[in-house]
Design a protein around this ligand. Structure first.
Ligand code: MG
Length: 299
């Protein structure tokens, strides 16, 4: 299918899904909502340790609640389950990515393959009882389409993907990225618009403090706008994407937003460790700093 045929055959212009005009609902703090919890965790690679067992032991020592894995660790399900058994740690999310933009490709074979790959990751996420699969529609250079055209493709493919995710017991987590990494979905409000429009519990979203620091004017409001669709958070500093506390960066405004929506899911480290510093010392310091910042976030 070429671009012209695509434009003709899709919903563009029909007004069937007027995403740009949709105003996401803003959820205020509700009296019926459980108080938010700070459940700290980390991507596997960030935690010191020579094996998964050692990393999990360290996370327990640091008072964490979970661990995040990269890609689709289908061939590690048994290892992960047996290592986590009895530790109290849960699988936070699978950081899956964009599959080279295949799901939003005009090449329908590629698109089909991308959807199958995401479904496979959703199966793994469900098996691991994780909170979902992190998905980015496309990074720069992975799509030549315009945002409105990409909106239409997502509107076409997401209902079935969301239904599949619900059926297997998982969810897609759309991740907004800053403009240096993608031209499509840079702010939480944009992902929330898609979630609201689809209104499918299998299609949810996340927020990443690194990207948000570059794109959001108001971090509290960004999380409030994401509201009930928000099911994962990444933590890093704005300038060098290193551990919280390794360079000046406040999480308080964002944490206020998480408190306002009664956030119950994980906040996970996705960052480096400043060159020349020791992760065994710095990682626990980062978690302590985040706990302090959480306490400072008064709502
Ligand atoms: Mg991230």
């Amino acid at each position: 299918m070429n671009r012209r045929t695509f434009l003709k055959n899709t919903l563009i212009g029909s007004g069937a899904l007027a995403l740009p005009g949709f105003i996401p609902s803003v959820r205020a703090a509700g009296s019926d909502r459980k108080p938010a919890e700070l459940k700290l965790c980390s991507q596997e690679g960030r935690i010191p340790g020579g094996s998964l067992k050692e990393k999990v032991a360290n996370l327990q020592k640091y008072g964490c609640a979970g661990i995040e894995f990269g890609g689709n660790p289908a061939n590690r399900v048994a290892e992960i389950k047996s290592t986590l058994k009895g530790t109290g740690l849960k699988v936070a999310a699978l950081c899956w990515g964009s599959q080279k933009g295949d799901l939003v490709s005009l090449d329908l074979e590629k698109r089909k393959g991308g959807i199958e790959a995401l479904k496979s990751a959703l199966n793994t996420a469900a098996e691991l009882e994780s909170n979902g699969v992190i998905y980015v529609p496309c990074f720069h250079k992975q799509s030549e389409l315009k945002p409105a055209e990409l909106d239409k493709i997502l509107a076409e493919i997401f209902p079935a993907i969301g239904d599949y995710a619900k059926k297997v017991g998982s969810r897609v987590l759309i991740e907004p990225l800053n403009k240096k990494e993608t031209f499509y979905i840079n702010r939480l409000e944009q992902a929330a618009t898609i979630c609201n429009q689809l209104n499918n519990e299998g299609i949810c979203m996340m927020g990443d403090f690194y990207h948000m620091s570059l794109e959001e004017a108001d971090q509290t409001q960004a999380f409030v706008t994401a509201g009930k669709w928000l099911h994962h958070v990444h933590l890093a500093t704005r300038d060098h994407r290193i551990l919280p506390a390794q360079e000046p960066h406040s999480y308080v405004e964002g944490f206020k937003g998480l408190k306002l929506i009664g956030y119950q899911d994980f906040c996970s480290l996705e960052c480096g460790c400043k060159k020349g510093t020791d992760p065994l010392v710095e990682v626990p310091k980062a978690f302590d700093y985040l706990r302090k910042q959480w306490d400072e976030a008064k709502v």
